[in-house]
Design a protein around this ligand. Sequence first.
Ligand code: UD1
Ligand code: CA
Length: 459
Amino acid sequence: MSGQAKVSVVILAAGQGTRMKSKLPKVLHPIGGKPLLTHVIHTAAELAAVNTVVVYGHGGEQVKAKLADEKVTWVEQAEQLGTGHAVDQASPHINDDHIILVLYGDVPLIRSETLFDLVSKADEKTLALLTVHLDDPHGYGRIVRDQHSNIQSIVEQKDASDSELAITEINTGILAVQGKRLKDWLSRLENNNAQGEYYLTDIIAMAVADDCAVEAVHPDSEDEVLGVNSRPQLAYLERAYQRQQAEALMVQGVTVIDPNRLDVRGKVTVGKDITLDVNVVLEGDVHIADDAYIGPNCVIIDSHIGEGVQMQAMCVVDNAKVGAKSEIGPYSRLRPGAVLDGDNHIGNFVEIKNSVIGKGSKVNHLSYIGDTDMGAGVNIGAGTITANYDGANKHRTTIGDKASTGSNSVLVAPVKLGSETTIGAGSVISKDTPAGKLTLTRSKQVTIEGWKRPTKKKS
Ligand code: UD1
Ligand code: CA
């Protein structure tokens, strides 16, 4: 173990990513809604590194702008002359006494446990290298070992002999090495190889020549070290990542009906005995309390779902709070600022925005409730609409406890409905209504005696 040696991280992210066929720089393509590079930066952060240097190139301004909040040092590699050249760009920021951990910005699923293991094996006399055995090693640098199984060098695919090509142990590219030695070896790299590049991998043979041991560490799973070069690979790692999210939730006591049909794009905290049905998407900061059921095809974004909530299929909940024991859906839409106090029923094709819905109140069918303060025990009839917008400004509607609106009522804001007000069906309410009384605006129903339906004239 390298004792208390401090760690600095260098993340290589200057590659072009041409095979993505995208305007977006490769490392900004998302997995679980988060850029590839951000995954790597956040995993590296778990090592409490003193400094994290990101070597950028292609699309650098866009990358820096998108990741402006990350605590990293940005270093440009103007021309992509190879991985060794890339690491060398970070040399001015590399402390001699630190252990330098080299990561790739396009290898997003590397785990911090693996990196701890790697870093702990590195010191001034040992270079630690993350390697893996692959059934198909094509394209990767091969790990060349001597008859005692000691690592001697890495040979790139394009420089390898037939016998070297048969080696199935490959270089993941991730390694940990003392800063002082790294800088020395980098300064001596040459580019006389098949690709005319400065290969970082050439430092392995230099280490061996300088009596530095090279120790291999292996990841738990191959997915940890897979890179993204194309969209199929992006999709493969997205699923691998989602599988991990689903497993983490199941370990915490969540029933996930189909772990292959759950998408987490953010941070989810959960209670116990929750069920997530198929095709649920959870985005941003989502909290789901005990015993909640989330039905098929629900999308929940930055929201809080209370205890025992029953959310039927096809609901969209965005920046909202669903109080305990509420039943919502199918087909309910809660927009930002919707707060359900609890025991609520929100039915199909109901949209609620920037409104508080008091305890036990029901909005069961085909309604729009916007900018409203609703008391407890209210019953909103089918098709009730709050007309909250006059074309220029938004206005609030206040609805007292136990009020009841008939079907197709329009509440023209600003307006206040008293507690236990009853509104007759089809009313357009533009003035405040008194408590405990029936209010309605309705033209009288008449029947015309002697009226006849028109008939078609004979020509
Ligand atoms: C590299 C390794 C190879 C290893 C493979 C694992 C070398 C010479 N080869 O090969 O042994 O099996 O990764 O995927 O190191 N990059 C820069 N600047 C550059 C070149 C690359 O920042 O000038 C970055 C890329 O963005 C990428 C990483 O370094 O994140 C690896 O580059 P890539 O071109 O994919 O390396 P390979 O040739 O595949
Ligand atoms: Ca590559």
